[in-house]
Write a protein that binds this ligand. Sequence first.
Ligand code: ADP
Ligand code: CDP
Length: 237
Amino acid sequence: MTPLYEGKAKRMWTTGNPDTLRMEFKDDATAFDGKKKAVFESKGRLNCAISTLIYGLLDKEGVPTHFVRQIDETNVEVKKVEILMVEVIVRNLAAGNFTRRTGIPEGTPFTQPVVEFSYKSDEHGDPLINEDYIREMGLATPAELAHLRESALKVNGLLGAFFARCGLKLVDFKLEFGRLAKDPSQIVLADEISPDGCRLWDLKTGEKMDKDRFRRDLGNVMEAYGEVLKRVKQQLA
Ligand code: ADP
Ligand code: CDP
């Protein structure tokens, strides 16, 4: 069997149900537009578990999502969506591209969260875009965009508070949204939520607990992901 789609970190498979897909988490890790690659044993399992728990929390809080159920250690069933080619990034502290673009030092807190959009296109290097680009590129309508921004800020509030209870600072994260295949008027949160797409720093020590350990060769990458899962599980128990 061949997957419907194989990406850098996941494979998407059909299911017996035309309205859902199976999302398989791989052990592959990539960074810098796929230029840096590695395989980490257990990464798929850890991200699948973390993402499943986070989606459960968001569902409880009334956030519409693609999540249906966890199938096994590395697979979840999700509602099939047409992914919007806009990545929504929310930042609470300066880091990563924000720091590179502005020179504002890593760790500088913001007075209010910063929401930004990028064009989901590996070919173009996921460039930063604004509302006018999104309208002219036809990536989302102004009404959809307003909804993305509002939803992303709601998710930031929920996850920021939750990770703080886990002893982790939510520095920044990326969200993807999609139009439900079954009813394209409905936009739901899609893709994964894991340390691959969230910067998480230990509140006490400031230690990085996310994919920056891989990007910057800090070592103990899966130990950090495992610790995040342990704390998330403990907090939800
Ligand atoms: P990439 O495409 O960036 O290499 P992944 O390896 O994570 O990323 O592949 C998963 C792909 O599946 C992504 O392109 C993501 O946008 C897409 N996707 C996530 N959730 C859904 C969904 N519910 N329905 C359809 N596609 C989805
Ligand atoms: O991570 P990087 O420095 O390349 O870019 P960023 O714009 O600072 O990323 C902000 C946040 O979004 C980080 O938590 C990234 O992990 C996440 N992100 C992602 O998961 N996927 C992308 N294509 C871009 C950003």
